[in-house]
Design a protein. Sequence first.
Lengths: 426, 426, 426, 426
Amino acid sequence: MNMNINFSQLIEWRREFHQYPETGWAEFWTTCKIADYLESMGFEQILMGTEIINPDFVRGRHLSTVRQSIEKALVNGANPKWLDKMQEFTGCVAIFDSGKSGKTVALRFDIDCVNVSETKSDNHKPNQLGFSSKNEGLMHACGHDGHITVGLGVAQWIMQNKDKLSGKIKLIFQPAEEGVRGAAAIAASSVLDDVNYFISSHISFCASSGTIISNLKNFLSTTKVDIRYRGKPAHAGAAPHLGRNALLAAAHTVTQVYGISRHGEGMTRINVGVLKAGEGRNVVPATAEIQLEVRGENKAINQYMYDQVVQMVKGVALSFDVEYETEIMGEAVDMVNDPELIAKVEKIASQLPQIHTPNAEYAFNASEDATILGRKVQEQGGKSIYFILGADRTAEHHQSEFDFDERQLETGVQIYTGLLADINSK
Amino acid sequence: MNMNINFSQLIEWRREFHQYPETGWAEFWTTCKIADYLESMGFEQILMGTEIINPDFVRGRHLSTVRQSIEKALVNGANPKWLDKMQEFTGCVAIFDSGKSGKTVALRFDIDCVNVSETKSDNHKPNQLGFSSKNEGLMHACGHDGHITVGLGVAQWIMQNKDKLSGKIKLIFQPAEEGVRGAAAIAASSVLDDVNYFISSHISFCASSGTIISNLKNFLSTTKVDIRYRGKPAHAGAAPHLGRNALLAAAHTVTQVYGISRHGEGMTRINVGVLKAGEGRNVVPATAEIQLEVRGENKAINQYMYDQVVQMVKGVALSFDVEYETEIMGEAVDMVNDPELIAKVEKIASQLPQIHTPNAEYAFNASEDATILGRKVQEQGGKSIYFILGADRTAEHHQSEFDFDERQLETGVQIYTGLLADINSK
Amino acid sequence: MNMNINFSQLIEWRREFHQYPETGWAEFWTTCKIADYLESMGFEQILMGTEIINPDFVRGRHLSTVRQSIEKALVNGANPKWLDKMQEFTGCVAIFDSGKSGKTVALRFDIDCVNVSETKSDNHKPNQLGFSSKNEGLMHACGHDGHITVGLGVAQWIMQNKDKLSGKIKLIFQPAEEGVRGAAAIAASSVLDDVNYFISSHISFCASSGTIISNLKNFLSTTKVDIRYRGKPAHAGAAPHLGRNALLAAAHTVTQVYGISRHGEGMTRINVGVLKAGEGRNVVPATAEIQLEVRGENKAINQYMYDQVVQMVKGVALSFDVEYETEIMGEAVDMVNDPELIAKVEKIASQLPQIHTPNAEYAFNASEDATILGRKVQEQGGKSIYFILGADRTAEHHQSEFDFDERQLETGVQIYTGLLADINSK
Amino acid sequence: MNMNINFSQLIEWRREFHQYPETGWAEFWTTCKIADYLESMGFEQILMGTEIINPDFVRGRHLSTVRQSIEKALVNGANPKWLDKMQEFTGCVAIFDSGKSGKTVALRFDIDCVNVSETKSDNHKPNQLGFSSKNEGLMHACGHDGHITVGLGVAQWIMQNKDKLSGKIKLIFQPAEEGVRGAAAIAASSVLDDVNYFISSHISFCASSGTIISNLKNFLSTTKVDIRYRGKPAHAGAAPHLGRNALLAAAHTVTQVYGISRHGEGMTRINVGVLKAGEGRNVVPATAEIQLEVRGENKAINQYMYDQVVQMVKGVALSFDVEYETEIMGEAVDMVNDPELIAKVEKIASQLPQIHTPNAEYAFNASEDATILGRKVQEQGGKSIYFILGADRTAEHHQSEFDFDERQLETGVQIYTGLLADINSK
């Protein structure tokens, strides 16, 4: 097979996407651009909208942001053809069907950015080379621009080698990984129904250039929840007893949920990350909003935490006679990489001259929604892996000064295509 | 009319009752003894049991204590005839019916003691004169032995003057005033249905010998509530998540109820006086008990406090998935003394040589369940008063060293009989 | 004396000030305009800046708002002479000194607006007549434009009658009444040191046109406090134990302060009006801000509430190992109107044909910082009053649709000038 | 060596100790009886009192119980010689010194009972055979009577084989294992200073007859803490603001400590097992007591939990202006069995015909204070094991109906003596 990768093309793509970052469920320009490239490479099946998104499982999507982003995407030159097809849901799945029997492999690349303003510093390469973010307040500070790029590199390779391949390959360009909001909706569509292998990865994170963490462990299952209380205002001096105090309900919710019993069978986490309540100093507060997350060492323990939170919200709402609503804003599960795929990744990585450590392990102790996709494939009897593509970086993920070693985009394409060459060779 | 009072008889009665103190709803010996005296004086109607007690409104009564106290009363020589009649409920009402038209007046005397061990000190008159409590751990340390005595003194006077009286007189010997537990059950019987005037009083309290507080003000309405939670135990190390934590529920109840909003229309109070929870250090606590009280400047505000407490108990029980029960253990309301009766008391008191201040006012800021009886009479169109019969004392009420100036028993009888002479003269 | 009032002039002033509302401590254009008018009327002493403001007692003033408002005031034509004199502090005090012996009287008019957007409705008279707010998001929705107007009307009358007056008159145009933030700084200057009578009022509120509430009662003492916690962020999944949780500290602060014990000697209030905490869902929250207020039936009870809050903030900061700061953002005290001034107001009002009820009473159960000024005068041996100038209104105070019966501006000037005619006649 | 064990002697001992159960730090009769037996067997060094107990590390010992138990022990025939030597501290250590070079081995047997009333049921063997508890309310319901018995059996074997042994053997009869209160004081004495091997075990627990859990894992480090608050009483109606509410402080302590952040590096536990507070319903509560425990996957994590609790207690005491004290009532650490000793136990057990499973593993997820002794030996460079001696039982540990398969006492002696034969053979 043709193993040549056009490195300067990868750089070009990455820098283009870096300039137009879009947040989760708002990646309209990004999706259109990806689809344009895929189409131009020759992909015939590019699925979008409810073909790949089950609306009932969409998490943390704000319709006003969606609408504004569509407008902006048009201004920035997005192809209206795709916008129509998307039905207001971002992301796309390109399917390559060799027409020959063989395995079905799904590769997943996440495409959203974070709410970070890119540094203006002259030391920052995107500033020096003129490819920094054109969308104020938004930045690809987590490296998903790199993920898109690797996906396009793999797509190109597929088309270059299409006659040598068997089975089916699905390239999933997933929206809204930040906040673990996007995967559940794809998992609940039919995209993965026939998939035998699921492969995904993150660039950089805890590994420098030359290292592949082939066995990332200790994913925490997690659910992200928003809680909203609505009470009744009243004058705090003259008639406080007529109020229904949403802020007080929220405070008691916080003191209750942190006290959810530890679980005898594994680790748990609870974090109330944001609390906003009240309208004015001298008014009994009528509204409150809590943004929290729970985690567990496994799905069942995370579910226990979530169930306890909901139980307490109901109880507090009853205590303070306020209305409540809870909304799941994101979710991920735990997953264990399959040894077969770990071995394949390590074998491929060990053959790359730029890789000195092809087989590192790492305890993640955090959450990633690719696990929802990977677990679904495993539950169907398939195999899944999520690995770390080591890459030097200039700052922590999500910081204004973040940039990564672009040479590792090539490494990424090499590993994915190596896996495809292994699994889908005719 | 004959206004002579047999002072040495009063002293004898008081010292006898002082030796056999019984707590609320356990005054079996006391009630029998009162009934014996009333019968021997010539009272023909002595009501007891469900004639005067509505069982649905009995508060804070423990059946095991009741049974033990009946046994003990028998041992101490209680008359079995009365015990039969009582149907396990203490207290009695003696009715004098002149057979002539006139007003119906109810006088109320409370008869229970407190859980205090009487001092062994030689300085304590009951020890010097050999009439201290024979019931270990119990003591008439609030002066209700004096109240009984005044009631008997008044009863004797009625019989001595029966031909000169008109209307009806009801002498209510009420159980369980401590904890404001007894009045509600009498108020819910028919005892007060035909009453025009209601008169009651307390000895000593905030007034020394020579002073009558004719206008006691600022009674607080109150409800005493017990709350019990039942959860599920679990090993705190191995499986804490299987427990249902009653202690934690109780703690959150406490933090919630103290935060009940102040009321715009008047003062409120909340006190969680006792909390007991848990079985052992390393077991998730399965039981918890809270003893609390709420108060309000008036009935409606007290009801608001009570309703909020119950609402919060329900909410906390839901939050922590524990069972709950609430039980009203006592209650009292607010009451305003009627000016007509204030004037009568002041006039009578001002004619007694031992009284130098017949007309004091005092803000009580506490609770007394005679108010339930008094308010019922007022709501029927009658008039009520609750006054303080000043008496020097040797210690605070409810202290081991408490004793009062016995000479004021005579003052008490004089005021009550003065009122009867005024209202019920032929 | 000349009792004619130029009503059309009052209307013109009110409508001019209505168009340029400025919030507390930002009333630069307003103060300049008032000073221009006072100077043109002939006032020679117009005090400003630290002559009338003690910076140590300035509450709830934001320097960035101050700076922006100065810029805007210049754009809107404010007189730079006054801006220099103000030293960044708003408000002014005009002094009329008759040169003759007599009483010193202080009249106080508050000048700030509220953060309310004026309605766009055609039914709203300011829209019909073209004098609605030109400052987006700000509105004279409490009627302080009317207070300024009455002050200017009184100023004009003083100059018209200056030869007939004795003693001294001080017209205090006070900043930042909203949030009770401005009076403390004036009280702590020397402005009131020689004052014998203090008079202030509010338009409309609880009284319609034709009514004067000469005896406003039940002012609640209050303190407005901001509390800020600073903790330490940490990843909520990987290392939550390294965080210092400011949000959790804030929640526990809320549950503690609502539970501050009721006070046996009078009413209290506590309201946590606003709580904002946290940076993101998956980060241990490092910052939290609470805006609260306490109130008490009198100064001592309010102080008790404030002391308890501060004690609890210290305790919670210790529990959660976070840094804290508390800042007093506003304050007012309780005050009892002096009978002498009540009588004077009633007498004057009863002589006005448009007044049918010159002597109403009302329990305020709210707070107003004129009380700080009034109490200071009373504590010096002087006399004070705060009355309500009844005026029909189209909506509640602080609502977008608020407007008041402008004819009562004349009534206001008549009452103030009537009082001056009474007290300061030669 | 002589491997014969006198089984009927073991039964006799066990049933004797079963009749006289004593709680932790009160095992005076028990210690005297053990010492009598040891002395009669020929042990010359029997250490007691401060020779083996460092008073600074004694946890959860109540002096009044100690004094009463000494009296009772005398009545029950305890040898006064030993009582003198004990200096009011229970437990003893018998030392066998072979006089020859070799290893020093410490075996530890815990000797206290629990606060459980033994069942009266006829189905209960101790009732059928007449050896049930003579100490009302106390029972060897955890099997420590068996532990003592095994220790005496081993002692007897040592004396029978003393000429064939090398090195030193220390038999530690430890008080107060229940509540993990006794080990710390022994560890802080010099008893273990020269020890190379530490061996201890528990009978029954999670293993039935025929099974040895040679590798008990997941011991949780733990600290048991009592917290006491002292506030100030006040009348809840008249002057609640004068109180200092210890119950409210305790409730807030509970809500705070349950919310201590999970630890990123391992499991934690928190349990408030008992809370008692308050004196009466209508009094602001002046006293409160909390009994809690924390646990952690390791010593550092447990220390983190303990430090957080103490920090919160200080903070709450400051918030509510109450006095506090904290007292450590017990403690244990985590420990990992040494492979060398696991292998030895398994080898010995596998040679016993009655054992079918000599090598089970089990995750304990609970706490045992033998770990403090074992860890100390390991930190000195020695080796330690804590294993489970499987034995059928008739009920859960700590239940009234608990009894165990006495035949396994012989198994116990066989394993311990097998280990000594292996390690201390000449």
